[in-house]
Design a protein around this ligand. Sequence first.
Ligand SMILES: [Zn+2]
Length: 128
Amino acid sequence: MRLPGNKILRIRGYALAMIFAGMIIMYLGIFFREIPWLMLLFLILGVIPILLSFVVYFWIGMISARAIMVECPNCGGYTKILGTVDYCQHCKEPLTLDKALEGEVFDNDMNVKHRREKIKEELLNKKR
Ligand SMILES: [Zn+2]
C-alpha cells in the first residue's frame, strides 16, 4: 500500500501527471504525421488531460485558500489540511481537526461524516 500523503500535495501530483500524460499522447501523434486526421486525433486527445489539469490547478488554488493552516506537532512545520483528517506535508504525521479522533489510527473513512460518527461511537463504547 502507498503511504498516505497530504491531500493538497497529492492532488497537485495528479495534475502534474495529467500534463505529462497529455504531452506523451501529443508526442505519439508525431509518429502518425503521414496520416493527418490521426495526428490531429492524438493532438486533441493530448489537449484534454492538459486542460483538465488546468481546471484541477485552479480548483486546488480555491480549496487551498479555504484550507486551514495548522502547526504540525511532530516537526513544527506549517501545513494546510483538507477535510477532517489529513497528513503533514513534511513528515506525514496524521493531523486532525476533530479532538475526539486525536491519537487514533487514521483511515479515510474519517473524512466521511456518517462513517466518522460511527467510528467515534465505537471509540466511546471501547472506553466504557
Ligand atoms: Zn510534520
